[in-house]
Design a binder for this molecule. Structure first.
Ligand code: FEO
Ligand code: CA
Ligand code: CA
Ligand code: CA
Length: 607
């Protein structure tokens, strides 16, 4: 139950204009504070951060780098204590190590620090007074505080591909326990109190793809791992610190990343799990909803140009209630079920190009089908076993003719209206050369600014194999005729570019954060109602500092606070610690950090 019930309809906050400030900017009547930043202690007893003497020992107990997904889970009934769970997607070594010159020049210990700065953090928070502000809890045992890293934490592998030949390595001949998680991007919270996290661009950590058996090369290449160069240009050369990142020596190690990870933050002793039943791709994240029948549906995107949209439906039903039996049961839900890929049907290769045709004309919408790929051990893809479909899911999607999308990022059900919202961040290759042309679901050639897709399951049933869809928002400068805001007056909406993560408040309003604003101003967080006369009235709520991407976002269930992760502040070509492009948040050099924003009068955020 919500403590504060937001008013429906208009979002009344004062719109933040586009800017290039090295600040975190919120509307009048709101305030913000940094909850935690890179290097802050997480595990009790963590050493104080020392920029000039970073060690793998210290970083393994401190808040990691490049916070992305954010979840805040209540710890007590009063609502004064909560757990903050955060992903650490990747590292910017040039902004982490003084005197940085090149990745090649890093010491092995520095590489190990970077490895330890990946993963997740769990920390206890306490409310400040009776406001929407939260800070790190410092009293008590802090027994939930925990670092999950890429180099120490063991993950159990579940589901039909666990133990398959594709996952076996010299260090793990059973193919059932993986060390670490990599490139954890977005995620979701489950109704049984765990968090899901997507392993995204894991390809960049592996070298030696040129030395694997010929038969494996096509599979590696489909996941972006070079099979011609030992050290591709984007290589991080982690094999210098740990030989398992060298595929020539350990050809299956890369198959052990690219999964959806489930973490139980309420059980610090519990091993996190990688769920093979949800397939392997560049997982942005996963967000679940309990269907009317009790089966749980998880919605997922594969963030690559021309890749796919997926759904997973559990075999078992969600059990309500707080008993430990119900929780034990629900913790197994994602271990068995059916994995689907989306095929979006449309009648024309329409393009939103300023020629006058708009989604309101009945274009840019259609029906669609969830094509089953695998159910348990049964593969529906000719020539592929279930374990192959799950481990090389992109190839399965290719085989069944799934719809090639413009980089599906966050895919999240709106718990108020039951519809699914998909952030398609951009795809500048759409319609260029021999690439797929614009279509109604991806309606812009050389799509620089991205769009939002709204998906409605038939009969409102999240286990349905058919759906309808439309494109409510085509991003960009509203003055550009090739943009669309659900038909709302474009003189009143904020410019938006490159939608990435989405969230919903208690009224069901859609909140969208951006990554890589192609309009040249800072990234930020936006909100729009999705129904009624205000549908499409998109307004910018906050902006993040120079060079940063806006991640999270997370609106607390009491609607009092919005958390965002400021990821890679100062990530601008040529920047370094000595010559920072951003000095946020402390005025010296840039540090990724999580920020809470709250409303001074205590009313619901945004309303
Ligand atoms: Fe890590 Fe797709 O953003
Ligand atoms: Ca993202
Ligand atoms: Ca989200
Ligand atoms: Ca992104």
């Amino acid at each position: 139950a919500l403590k504060a019930s937001p008013t429906k309809g208009a979002l009344t906050f004062s719109t933040i204009p586009p800017n290039r400030l090295d600040n975190f900017v919120v509307p009048n009547g709101y305030d913000h504070s940094v909850v935690i930043r890179w290097g802050d202690p997480v595990v009790p007893g963590a050493p104080a951060f020392n920029l000039n003497r970073q060690t793998v020992h210290a970083q393994s107990k401190q808040f990691g780098y490049n916070n992305d997904f954010v979840a805040v889970l209540p710890l007590d009934k009063k609502g004064d204590r909560a757990l903050l769970v955060v992903n650490h997607e990747y590292t910017n070594e040039n902004l982490m190590f003084p005197g940085f010159t090149s990745l090649d020049a890093l010491s092995v210990e520095q590489i190990r620090v970077a490895i330890a700065a990946h993963g997740l953090s769990v920390v206890e928070l306490e409310r400040v007074g009776d406001t929407g502000e939260w800070r790190l809890a410092t009293k008590g045992a802090l027994k939930y505080n925990r670092r999950i890293t890429a180099h120490q934490t063991r993950f159990d592998v579940t589901g039909p591909a666990a133990g398959s030949a594709f996952l076996k390595t010299a260090a793990d001949p059973r193919g059932k326990v993986v060390i670490g998680t990599l490139n954890n991007c977005a995620g979701g919270v489950t109704p049984w109190g765990t968090i899901l996290s997507g392993e995204e661009n894991f390809n960049q950590y592996f070298v030696g793809g040129d030395g694997v058996p010929e038969a494996d090369k096509a599979k590696l290449a489909r996941y972006g791992i070079s099979t011609t160069a030992r050290y591709p240009s984007d290589s991080r050369k982690w094999d210098r610190a740990d030989e398992r990142f060298d595929l020539t020596r350990h050809p299956n190690e890369a198959n052990r990343f690219g999964w959806i990870v489930e973490v139980d933050p309420f059980d610090p002793e519990a091993r996190p799990r990688k769920h093979t039943a949800l397939g392997r791709f560049k997982h942005e994240g996963a967000n679940v909803i309990v269907s009317r029948s009790g089966h749980v549906a998880a919605y997922m995107g594969d963030d690559e140009r021309f890749d796919y949209l997926y759904k997973f439906v559990t075999d078992k039903k969600f059990q309500k209630g707080n008993s430990w039996q119900a929780r034990e049961h629900n913790l197994t839900l994602l271990e068995s079920g059916t994995l689907y890929v989306a095929k979006l049907d449309y009648t024309s290769a329409s393009e939103i190009d300023g020629s006058g045709k708009l989604p309101s004309d009945g274009a840019f919408n259609g029906s669609g089908r969830w094509i089953p790929l695998v159910r348990g051990d049964k593969s529906f893809v000719p020539g592929m076993t279930a374990a192959e479909v799950l481990t090389f899911t992109r190839l399965a999607g290719d085989a069944v003719g799934a719809t090639k999308m413009d980089r599906p990022e966050d895919v999240e059900p709106n718990l108020v209206n039951g519809k699914i919202y998909v952030a398609l961040t951009n795809n500048t290759n759409r319609g260029t050369g021999s690439n797929p042309k614009a279509d109604e679901a991806n309606p812009r050639t050389a799509n620089r600014h991205g769009h939002i897709l709204e998906l409605t399951e038939d009969r409102g049933d999240h286990t349905s194999e058919t759906f309808t869809w439309s494109v409510p928002i085509v991003c960009g400068d509203p003055a550009d005729p090739a943009t669309y805001f659900a038909g709302y007056d474009k003189t009143k909406v904020s410019p938006i570019s490159c939608p990435d993560n989405v969230a919903f408040d208690g009224a069901g309003n859609l909140w969208i954060s951006t990554d890589g604003n192609a309009l040249g101003t800072n990234d930020g967080l936006f909100a729009t109602p999705v129904s009624g006369p205000e549908r499409g009235h998109l307004k910018q709520f906050l902006t993040v500092p120079l060079g940063a991407e806006t991640c999270g976002p997370f609106i607390t269930t009491d609607n009092q606070s919005v958390f965002v992760a400021v990821q890679h502040p100062g990530e601008i070509t040529g920047a370094s610690i000595e010559a920072p492009a951003s000095t946020w948040p402390d005025g010296d050099y840039a540090k990724p950090g999580v920020v809470v924003t709250w409303r001074l009068d205590g009313k619901p955020i945004g309303s």
